[in-house]
Ligand binder design. Sequence first.
Ligand code: RNT
Ligand code: ZN
Length: 417
Amino acid sequence: MTIHKAYLLAREQYAAYGSDTTRALKQLAAIRLSLHCWQGDDVAGFEPRRGNLGGVLPTGNYPGRARTPEELRTDLAKALSLIPGRHRVNLHAVYAETRNRPVDRDELEPQHFAGWVAWARAHKLGLDFNGSFFSHPLAESGRTLSHPDRAIRRFWIDHARACRRIGAFMGRQLKTPCVTNIWVPDGSKDTPADRKGPRELLRQSLDAIFKESYHPVHNLDALEGKLFGLGSEAYVVGSHDFYLAYAVAHRKLLCLDTGHFHPTESVSDKLSAVLSQLDQVLLHVSRGVRWDSDHVVTLTDDLRSLAEEIVRGNYLPRVHIGLDFFDASINRVAAWVIGARAMLQALLIALLEPTATLRQLERQRDFTARLALMEELKNLPFGAVWDYYCLQQDVPANHAWMRTIKAYEAAVQSKRH
Ligand code: RNT
Ligand code: ZN
């Protein structure tokens, strides 16, 4: 009742600025986030052996991480039940189900993801996919697709090919294109003498990987660059510039991870730049704290700017919004919920913005009024609209969802030893 009353007042307040809350909520309901499965188990996956995570470093030892496909899926379903709207799940190759039979990465097949596909279909979810170029003996040297040894390169090329085949299978089965992303940890800790050679090799490997073509209604390829990583501080083979050039030349999607740039750079500014030439991009929304630390996404100014740029540019159909963070120091299901809700809130705020008015002031060169309005808009009650949206979507409004988490933790997660 209070939520409804507050919403009606908010609707009036927004209308006074020319924003239509009903329309904004309709648009918000159409947005599908891609929820990354790896927050649920600290990027462990289901393979028997473990190795170096390629500089990806989940920290913390909060109890209750998912250990099996069933646990991970139950946790994901719980998180999704607390996130308004209908979404997607993003998998990694290490989440294959091979029934305890070791299947190496270059031999993975669609059938190893049949369990995920059946689950996704039952929950009306789309799936996205990622090659896993880490946690493997052949990645221990810190080089994969740019490895100097042809046989090792071949292994990882075959892995990427297998992943695209699996992605296309997911897209075909679920009737929604799967975005298959490639991120490799390749780089070097200290100053290399040869920056050119590994990049030439990476380009050749990518060319070999993409020889086969899949229909874009089934599979879309994305490439994720990075500024630096643990163990690749001095040089990253697949840098942002490298993949930007490759994506433009080969009409691929570029993946922009918000943690993968210099801290004073903003990914929000990059969207309209890269989308002036590229058809689509993939986002890995993360929150870096001092470095690419993959903290849970929260409603920061950065996140708001990112959502603003997506909405202002009418880029919603061209931007795949994936989340990428992993925090093992808090309840992992809550981490998903916090991050996804923050992303959706940022999008809601952007959808409620009277952009036409701001742009008109800009055209009139009335920068004083533009700045004043931008500041005033921050005071509008988006929270009342959000709470109403949650009720509309049948998920708990405001902090009430934490009660569900506490109950789930007591009944399920805390029993995992
Ligand atoms: C690593 C990349 C990559 C990973 C996941 C696990 O720096 O961000 O996207 O986080 O694929
Ligand atoms: Zn990422």
